[in-house]
Write a protein that binds this ligand. Structure first.
Ligand SMILES: Nc1nc2c(ncn2[C@@H]2O[C@H](COP(=O)(O)OP(=O)(O)OP(=O)(O)O)[C@@H](O)[C@H]2O)c(=O)[nH]1
Ligand SMILES: [Mg+2]
Length: 192
């Protein structure tokens, strides 16, 4: 909840776009109307197209539509924003599983990344989150946000050691360029 998923998607989309890739963003957080609007603002900033449906639409169907569009347009990268808050945890996990099933079925041979976004200010709770999400997702990387604040993000080192999941990006602010590719040497120095 408010960990920085949508913001990170905007930043990652912008970075990939600047590398010359074509990007499509799927608004698969259909639970909150404001979520789609917020993502749309980021898509515009990053100059990327976005696929959306009506509020409360099935998120997996948004992803399905987005995959179809991405295939038609030969898009390089499709990025899916997912909900962070639902009625309860079981709904959230079921929804994520369903989205992943659609992706596996429709894009069996594509390179896929599942990024779990972790707020550096949540401390030890991050460990519980990784555990919960690992049960339903094959997480390929972590994004550690809000490292510009007071949190040193030391907790992430434990997570990485324990789970062998690499940190791919770090968020260091609210602006579109406030993201860095994680460099474990610099990070260890900063924490020390
Ligand atoms: N300081 C700082 N703020 C951040 C960073 N990343 C995100 N935020 C802020 O954190 C708040 C929540 O970010 P969102 O991107 O909406 O988080 P979310 O995970 O998509 O939230 P939900 O969709 O509600 O689950 C916003 O006010 C962002 O501006 C960061 O790296 N540093
Ligand atoms: Mg969001």
């Amino acid at each position: 909840m408010g960990f920085g998923k949508t913001t990170s998607i905007g930043k990652i989309a912008n970075r990939l776009k600047q590398e010359g890739k074509s990007i499509l963003i799927a608004a698969a957080d259909t639970f909150r109307a404001a979520a789609v609007e917020q993502l749309e603002v980021w898509a515009k900033r990053a100059d990327c197209e976005m696929i959306k449906k009506e509020e409360n639409a099935d998120p997996a169907s948004v992803v399905y539509d987005a995959i179809k569009a991405a295939k038609e347009k030969n898009t390089d990268v499709l990025i899916c924003d997912t909900a962070g808050r639902l009625h309860n945890k079981k709904y959230l996990m079921d929804e994520l599983e369903k989205i992943q099933r659609v992706i596996e079925r429709e894009l069996p041979d594509a390179d896929k990344e599942v990024l779990l976004v972790i707020d550096a200010t949540t401390g030890q709770n991050a460990i519980e989150q990784v555990k919960a999400f690992k049960e339903v997702s094959n997480i390929t990387g972590l994004v550690l946000t809000k490292l510009d604040g007071t949190a040193k993000g030391g907790v992430v080192i434990g997570i990485v050691n324990e789970n062998k999941i690499p940190v791919k990006f770090i968020g260091v602010g609210e602006q579109i360029d406030d993201m860095e590719i994680f460099n474990s040497e610099d990070f260890t120095k900063a924490i020390i």
